[in-house]
Design a protein around this ligand. Sequence first.
Ligand code: NAP
Ligand code: MG
Length: 492
Amino acid sequence: MNIQNRLETGSVIAAKGVFIDNEWTPSPSEKTIDVIAPATGAVVARIAAGNADDIDRAYQAARRAFEDGAWGKLTAVERGRLLTRLSRLIEDHADELTALEALDTGKPLKQARADIVSCARYFEFYGGAADKVHGETIPFLNGYLALTERVPHGVTGQIIPWNYPAQMFGRTLGPALAMGNATVMKPAEDACLTPLRLAELAVEAGFPEGAINIVPGLGEDAGAALTAHPGFDFLSFTGSPEVGTMVQIAAAKNHIGCTLELGGKSPQVVFGDVDLDAALPSLVNAIVQNAGQTCSAGSRLLVEKSAYDRIVGTVAERFAKLQAGTPEMDLDLGPVINAGQKRRVERFCHNADSDGIEIIAQGSVAKDVPEGGFYVAPKMFGHVPRDNALARDEVFGPVLSVIPFEDEADAVALANGTDYGLVAGVWTQNANRAMRVGRKIRAGQVFVNAYGAGGGIELPFGGMKKSGHGREKGFEALKDLSALRTMVVKHD
Ligand code: NAP
Ligand code: MG
């Protein structure tokens, strides 16, 4: 059934339970959570409200799979083949998964499709990588052979957010499974339908029982239980800084490692000599993609003062044409995820307005969108004071803050002037300046004359400063998702 029909007929996808040992089992809590479609505000599905018992059952299944199950016995090449098979199945089911992702998150269909393609690409990349992770031999004392090998942590826990559920499924499970870990995922209650469906496809791909377990539920129940469980060997978390702190404290209590990906306030640094025609789509898309609900959103446009009016005028013209609509309208952006997020975005805009910050451009919401949906018109604010919340805090919505800078040194100070350090873009035709500025920015990824190119599955990704720590994506993720063992062998 396509999403339009589903929204019109009001049919509700029933809760299947908790996914453990390749099967759906009912949660002993017998509670369910209503899943609301952001496009309409109507209930479109119910999911199980997993609790601490479910987390423990999922953990035990993963532990069995890792210690004595079929999963733990597979060779690296066999694991890689399973990942590759899952990648193909995701491609084969791309239409169905695209519709599900769009229904659950409200994103335009073209964005949902791009996310499914990325999800397949994660399993393709890590399927190919699984048997290419080598250790080293180390020159040591006479009569010894010393070497290193990368081994799985054991059982890893993944807590993912609602903004890109399909991509996050691939981004976290791809490297964890490639390295041979058994996994337990807690997806976000606001958007977990695609991860739950992907788990079924993993069974079809041939993953043995216990390798992938998924426990939907509330963060404060299932999520907190996962982080507090003493059995896990490693945690991956993406979400808010507040919950990130709790995850890190829980990991510390259990003396295990974790990766935290906590968002950003990423700058696009634009010099007067920018090739504006080439830059324009990226400057706008970086904040509008996924209605601004992207950890790496380019939410600060820093513009050289001498060219401010020209550059900002051109961006504003494009910005004013942006339109939000339903997934099937497939416009520039969809609704935000829920009523709370809509209020959050509106609060930022209201406060900016009260602070006297000028709105330079405003997009619109399409006329025929359903009344109950969580639509927000994109807004672009100019001359945002550097100490204003709009210049420092993550809005997680389609709101662009424009700030002028004087010169290179000022641009760098401004780019580095928030607590975050996730991604940055530098736009100039002066190659030396691009290198000088780009290499002074404290961010996990810096793009020159580009921004967030191509999904970046191959490119290590993660934060500096308070954007978090650890690296996902690329080969780097395989290091975080494994432990290094040194072997020393004495011989005659
Ligand atoms: P969040 O609460 O941090 O949610 C992220 C994940 O953590 C979800 O799966 C959530 O579950 C879970 N969680 C919540 N409380 C938990 C706890 N006590 N222990 C363990 N896990 C827990 O984020 P949010 O409330 O959805 O969004 C709030 C803000 O965070 C956004 O406005 C945005 O600024 C930021 N955010 C950033 C990213 C990013 O990509 N960096 C992603 C999402 C949100 P439930 O949602 O099911 O309760
Ligand atoms: Mg939430």
